[in-house]
Design a protein around this ligand. Structure first.
Ligand code: NDP
Length: 450
């Protein structure tokens, strides 16, 4: 291809969606280039899912080392070294970034490590001033943390900076009640910081099943995390000792060492020249696409967080793959199925879910059966840890089909990945009942619901 254009495909953004789309397009025979202004790998690899999960592992040792005592272990002189963990995590992120770059290079994808902007029809101008043309353009620029706007808001950090802190803050205030807020509340709390979460509404983790959200709140409170609901920010001022004085609407003023915003992520569509070709954006600045990730400009596509469909890495990867298979493969258009996507929150303990919540199922189906198992794991019993897991199964009473599974407890995301196959495949409660338990496990609760 690429006879009248420099490239068949020019991808803007080398994150999860952009990298997958670029290498697959190239494997289909297209001449591909990708531009990345920051680091190859994108949010997930560089400052999202991957380093976060490493911190979650690190944080969990706090409880494991405590629990170990009832299992007969004496651990003397235990001490946590944040700088050591931080640096080890960053070393591995460097390694992964290298691997992503290698993957692109091995697929003959040309990488421009600079910002790119659309400057005309099929035309992209790089920060260096170089102008290139492409038959197709893929925008995969992801999203960035949404910042709140009030006096002193500039003193707050976001998850982007949380991975690079010089030292662990003694007192942390986190704004938001979603994924990042709950995950980092757990991380900082396990490391010994005093954590307080400030949420504008009265609900955590909107979209997740209410029983699980309540359970996470109870357990988080028990672990010592504070919550202020229906509370907003008035002002942050810096104290002489470097800490911050936070004034709130709905709660007393507080002095903390770190304020972190975890208040959603906004699509990265500014400064990309999208208006020069009349690309249509939605209310949140997201690129509007159809089921094939095609925009209103027929040669421009967009995948991943910049489209604000489902802000999850595996979804962006699927969208990137489908785009390249559709456009550069056999010509058969492929839409990504956005239904029944399993998800997890890596809180302490984690939550995992697939399908409808009980509330959704009651509204949409009406006639449902709800199975629930509320149990203390064998490990927690011996450890003397008063922390109960909760598993829920939602079944369409008319068809016996399982329409949702929801879990909070150790390893819930690991267990959910397999259970989600069954829900996606439309299996029934009877299918689960017909499966013999693996004993003793926590997961066996899934086939023992009565
Ligand atoms: P979430 O959408 O999960 O949560 C945002 C939180 O911020 C909500 O509590 C929301 O409140 C609140 N909020 C939004 N706007 C404001 C505002 N103007 N003022 C005060 N509070 C506000 O976003 P996150 O930032 O936690 O994460 C971004 C996305 O990244 C997630 O939606 C998810 O898709 C992805 N992600 C996935 C992870 C995973 O898979 N484990 C981990 C981390 C992120 P309200 O409920 O009232 O709207």
């Amino acid at each position: 291809m690429a006879d009248t254009y420099d490239y068949d495909l020019f991808t803007i953004g080398a994150g999860s969606g952009g990298v997958r789309a670029s290498r697959v397009a190239s494997a289909h025979g297209a001449k591909v280039a990708v531009a990345e202004e920051y680091r190859v790998g994108g949010t997930c690899v560089i400052r999202g899912c991957v380093p976060k999960k490493m911190l979650v592992y690190g944080a969990h040792f706090a409880e494991d080392l405590e629990d170990a005592q009832n299992f007969g272990w004496t651990i003397e002189g235990k001490r946590f070294d944040w700088v050591k963990l931080r640096d080890n995590v960053q070393t591995d992120i460097d390694r992964l970034e290298g691997l992503y770059g290698e993957t692109l290079a091995n697929h003959d994808v040309e990488i421009y490590r600079e910002r790119a902007q659309i400057t005309g029809d099929h035309e992209i101008t790089l920060a260096s001033g170089k102008v290139v043309t492409a038959k197709y353009i893929l925008v995969a620029t992801g999203a960035r943390p949404t910042l709140l706007d009030f006096p002193g808001a500039e003193h707050a950090i976001t998850s982007n900076e949380a991975f690079h802190l010089d030292a662990l803050p003694k007192r942390v205030m986190i704004a938001g009640g979603g994924y990042i807020a709950n995950e980092f509340a757990g991380i900082f709390n396990e490391f010994g910081s005093k954590v307080c979460l400030v949420n504008r509404g009265d609900q955590l983790l909107r979209g997740y099943d209410e029983s699980l959200r309540d359970r996470l709140l109870q357990i988080s409170l028990m672990k010592g995390i504070n919550f202020h609901f229906n509370t907003t920010f008035k002002q942050i001022t810096k104290n002489d000792d470097g800490s911050f004085h936070v004034e709130l609407n709905g709660a007393d003023d507080m002095d903390v060492d770190l304020v972190m915003f975890a208040t959603g992520r906004s699509p990265n569509t500014q400064g990309l020249g999208l208006e020069t070709i009349g690309l249509e954006l939605g209310d949140k600045g997201e690129i509007k696409v159809d089921q094939y990730s095609q925009t209103n400009v027929d040669y421009v596509y967009a995948v991943g967080d910049v489209t604000d469909r489902v802000q999850l890495t595996p979804v962006a990867i699927r969208e990137g793959q489908a785009f390249s298979d559709s456009v550069f493969g056999d010509g058969e258009p492929r839409a990504v199925d956005h239904s029944c996507i399993p998800s997890a929150v890596f809180s302490h303990p984690p939550i995992a879910a697939v399908g409808m919540t009980e509330g959704e199922a009651r509204n949409k189906i009406g006639n449902i059966r709800v199975y629930q198992s509320d149990f203390r794991s064998m490990k927690n019993v011996v450890a003397g840890r008063n922390e109960r897991s909760l598993y829920k199964m939602i079944v369409n009473a008319a068809t016996d089909q399982i329409v949702g599974i929801h879990m909070i407890g150790a390893e819930a995301p690991e267990i959910m990945q397999a259970a989600a196959i069954a829900v996606k495949a439309g299996l029934t409660k009877a299918d689960f009942d017909a499966t013999t338990a693996i004993h003793p496990t926590m997961a066996e609760e899934l086939v023992l619901f009565k």
